[in-house]
Design a protein around this ligand. Structure first.
Ligand code: R5P
Length: 322
């Protein structure tokens, strides 16, 4: 039977949706187990069918889904998996959504808008999730949308260990907008207290994916700039910020982001913006058509596996980041 049994007959079960099965397999490998064999297919009308091929009664189940496009399908699949686990008497169900779907829609900018990130948390709870695990939520306070434990993991240790090997000389940490300065500050502290800068970015909220980098606030002339963001979607934010930094005299720009969504035309924008390197993790699948010469992809599976292991053993997830 798949799963880890330890003292007290606890059984850890890793379940995977179909969005990015390789990620779940890597996590399972790190945990010295296997992904629970599952039957999953679509009916002719688009409805999804799920059945776990082994008993999950009493299991501590971790349901991994990577919310890439088509995101609504993969979300629905994960909800159905949680429902199946609940009805099959799993003891505890953790939704593992390394990239939290709809994370950016976490507040109303104008009247008559939804708060979709909250709705997603409600859907997970309604399906039967006991807890959530995610990496670099768009805003940390979204944890409060789910009325239960949320393990909010940071990709920063994974990214920073690599970035340290790629830079030297005068560094400046740069936030691509005012909202991410706290994150840039955390990075700066880890990099020995280098100076901070941010890009004054504006968006037209009536249009999706349109942003303008107006100017840079901070000292970037002649310096190696590390531009850090939670996610890169169409690449507009990062490409515009990179070009502005170079225009204002930065020696070079490295980009580090947790989630490589890479919706078109991200590949073109990122490969042509002048960044020396663009570093992301694989919380989302980065298919060959989304890859370009300056791109480096770092594995997120070890971090997820360590966090899952800590949760299963009632250990500390926080300690992973101390
Ligand atoms: C914005 O607040 C986010 O942190 C990202 O900077 C943004 O969503 C990225 O989108 P795009 O790559 O389409 O500019």
């Amino acid at each position: 039977m798949t799963g880890i049994t330890s003292a007290g007959e606890k059984r850890l079960v890793v379940c995977s949706g179909r969005a990015y099965p390789q990620l779940a397999q890597e996590v399972a490998r790190e945990l010295h187990t296997e992904v629970l064999p599952t039957t999953a297919y679509d009916f002719a009308n688009g409805e999804i069918y799920i059945r776990f091929q082994e008993s999950v009664r009493g299991a501590d189940a971790f349901v991994i889904q990577s919310h890439t496009a088509p995101i609504n399908t993969w979300l629905m699949e994960q909800l159905i998996m949680v429902d199946a686990l609940k009805r099959a008497s799993a003891k505890r169900i953790t939704v593992v959504a390394p990239f939290y779907p709809y994370a950016r829609q976490d507040k109303k900018h104008q009247g008559r808008e939804p708060i979709s990130a909250r709705l997603i948390a409600d859907l997970f709870a309604a399906a039967g999730a006991d807890r959530l695990m995610s990496v670099d939520l768009h805003t940390a306070q979204s944890q409060g949308f789910f009325d239960g434990p949320v393990d909010h993991l940071w990709a920063m240790p994974v990214l920073i260990d690599y970035v340290k090997t790629r830079v030297h000389g005068d560094l400046t940490m740069v936030s691509p907008d005012a909202g991410r300065i706290k994150v840039a500050e955390r990075w700066a502290n880890k990099l020995g207290g280098c100076p901070l800068a941010f890009v004054h970015k504006t968006r037209d909220i009536t249009q999706p994916n349109v942003s303008v980098a107006n100017r840079v606030v901070g000292d970037v002339k002649g310096r190696t700039c590390i531009l850090v963001d939670d996610l890169i979607d169409t690449g507009g934010t990062i490409a515009e910020a990179t070009k502005q930094l170079l225009k204002e005299g930065a020696k070079e720009v490295l980009v580090a982001a947790t989630h490589g969504v890479f919706s078109p035309p991200a590949v073109q924008r990122l490969s042509e913006c002048g960044a020396r390197e663009v570093i992301v993790t694989d919380t989302l699948p980065i298919t060959p058509d989304k890859q370009f010469p300056q791109l480096t992809i770092l594995p997120i599976a070890p971090l997820l596996a360590n966090a899952i292991s800590a949760v299963f053993d009632d250990g500390s997830v926080t300690a992973l980041f101390d």
